[in-house]
Design a protein around this ligand. Structure first.
Ligand code: SF4
Length: 547
């Protein structure tokens, strides 16, 4: 029914979107309240001085389920809880008294001592667990709050930390694993990452953002930090007058309402990039939507404002100056993963190696540190594809080093299946998961290597344990979203909704969700084999799986 004219003329009170800059300061969600009550960074002192001594049961719930994340800590899922109960159980029924700990490795840059330290923490405190994430972190499990002071002491002694590794704050800064050494590099982003990290990570002024804020910095033309799906990305570009610098992209992200980042149309030098990064983070802090967490990423602000208005607000209200206009960088066909043996510009070689679905262990990481040392290198890198890269190998050492890495399960010449399959944490440890992912992903690789060994082109398979997109469902050739499905006998079992034909790079786009394409976990190898064989048989010259 339409409003009467009298009612229609009365202005509606606006609820706003929870934007601080427009005066909507009230805490609007439980998360906003937690952040308002106490800056989450302050929880570190309570962990060290109180909880580590009194134990798990003594932890305040707002700290446990809220502020702990700012120090890289999430409670992990209690073992044995069925995925069908994920949405119905109370948090205390789902959560274990152990933690997942995310170690931040900005730029993916590690030395041997740092890698050995992470390995030691994993074996001593984390039951030998370690996963390489698709954001260049290492994730450990089975961590007890009692051990956190010692874990931080060890990490910080070698220049690593866990500050803002999770939470509504600036997360790890992705960087090219081959920054400074790749012959094709446009510009080295190492200093930009270092500056952003040292100036702004842990700054209380930027520790209460509407939600997470993901950064990527890479001057590699292969776009190895997947810039199109980051909240903010600095992409190397050559300016005809000013030379190598950075093209600034904003507003990428997956999960609900996936969006690709958009260019602001500016060119930045490395010197100005950190200040502009902080400007963008402040626009997000002040104008970002806090009323609903599902709309609290910067992509929604960019979608509503458009990039022209965003650039203007950034320049007028936060930087106080105009930015230089800049050209667009060329897009690669697909983002590079650096797997394989590649020459460096200094005459040495780097080896990119693939574990299965990012799963390693403390013992394996320790062995990688030993191998690196044996061949005289002190530089190891994590990648945005759940892989590792060992830098600075002499030409004569390539084959022995490749063999030593293969002996610990890290393949420099993996099958196309191993190279292009990723999996998120899944039900083994994640409280949001509906299904198991890591073992299923690893089994799928083994099975497909047997069934379709002749695969001669990359087909990306991304296995996710729930509708979130930690392993990037929407941008895979075959994106698998974990859910419960019906099997042939009408039983509810673990399975997937399939998204087909997603891609990043030149032909970036989100995979199509085909309602009919639901598959049980058990039938997954048959399904992937059928799809792959269909593509291999019917493809025309140069036709990729996605298009
Ligand atoms: Fe957990 Fe879901 Fe993310 Fe997988 S996609 S790690 S199940 S939240």
């Amino acid at each position: 029914m339409a409003d009467s004219p009298a009612i229609a003329r009365r202005p509606r009170p606006s609820r706003g979107e929870g934007q601080w800059a427009l005066g909507y300061r009230e805490p609007l969600t439980a998360n906003e309240q937690i952040k308002k009550d106490d800056n989450p960074l302050n929880v570190r002192a309570r962990i060290e001085n109180v909880y580590a001594h009194r134990g798990f049961d003594y932890i305040d719930k707002a700290d446990l389920r809220g502020r702990f994340r700012w120090w890289g800590l999430y409670t992990q899922r209690k073992p044995g809880i069925d995925g069908g109960k994920t949405a119905t159980l109370e948090p205390e029924e789902l959560e274990d008294s152990y933690f997942m700990l995310r170690v931040r490795i900005d730029g993916g840059q590690l030395n041997v001592e740092q890698l050995r330290t992470i390995a030691g923490i994993s074996t001593e405190f984390g039951r030998d667990t370690a996963d390489l994430t698709d954001r260049q972190n290492v994730q450990l499990h089975w961590i007890r709050v009692e051990d956190m002071p010692e874990i931080w002491r060890r990490l910080e002694a070698v220049g690593l930390h866990t500050q803002e590794a999770c939470g509504d704050c600036p997360r790890i800064i992705l960087g090219s694993p081959v920054a400074g050494i790749a012959a094709s590099e446009i510009i080295d982003g190492t200093e930009v990452i270092r500056e952003i990290e040292s100036r702004y990570i842990g700054d209380p002024e930027l520790s209460n953002l509407p939600r997470k804020f993901k950064t990527a910095v890479s001057g590699n033309p292969d776009h190895d930090t997947v810039p199109q799906i980051n909240d903010i990305a600095f992409v190397g570009v050559e300016h005809p007058e000013h030379g190598p610098g950075w093209d600034l992209w904003v507003g990428g992200g997956l999960s609900t309402n996936p969006m690709l980042a958009q260019r602001l149309g500016v060119w930045l030098s490395s010197e100005e990039a950190p200040e502009v990064w902080a400007g963008v983070a402040r626009v997000f802090r002040d104008y970002g939507y806090r009323r609903l967490r599902t709309r609290a990423r910067i992509k929604f602000l960019i979608a509503d404002w458009g990039v022209e208005k965003f650039r203007q607000v950034l320049e007028d209200e936060y930087l106080g100056r105009r930015l230089t206009d800049g050209p667009a960088p060329a897009l690669p066909e697909t983002p590079g993963d650096h797997v394989g043996v590649h020459p460096q510009k200094d005459g040495k070689f780097y080896l990119g190696v693939a574990p299965a679905v990012g799963r390693v262990s403390g013992a394996v990481l320790g062995q990688v540190a030993d191998i690196a040392e044996r061949y005289g290198t002190d530089r190891i890198r994590t990648t945005a594809h759940q892989k590792l890269v060992v830098l600075d190998i002499d030409e004569t050492d390539i084959e022995p080093a490749v063999a030593d890495l293969a002996a610990v399960g890290l393949e420099a010449r993996p099958s196309a299946w191993r190279r292009n399959t990723m999996a998120c944490t899944g039900i083994e440890f994640c409280k949001l998961a509906i299904i198991e992912t890591k073992q299923r992903g690893a089994d799928l690789i083994t099975e497909m290597e047997k069934r379709v060994p002749e695969l001669d082109t990359p087909i990306t398979v991304n296995v996710n344990g729930c509708p979130n997109s930690c392993a990037r469902i929407q941008v895979a050739d075959i994106g698998l979203k974990g859910m419960l499905v019906m099997d042939a006998s009408g039983e509810q079992v673990e399975g997937f909704q399939v998204h087909l034909g997603g891609a990043l790079g030149l032909e970036a786009g989100f995979g199509r969700k085909l309602r009919a394409h639901k598959v049980t976990g058990e039938d997954l190898p048959d399904y992937v084999e059928k799809l792959t064989r269909g593509y291999l048989t019917d493809r025309t010259e140069g036709e990729s799986f996605a298009r």
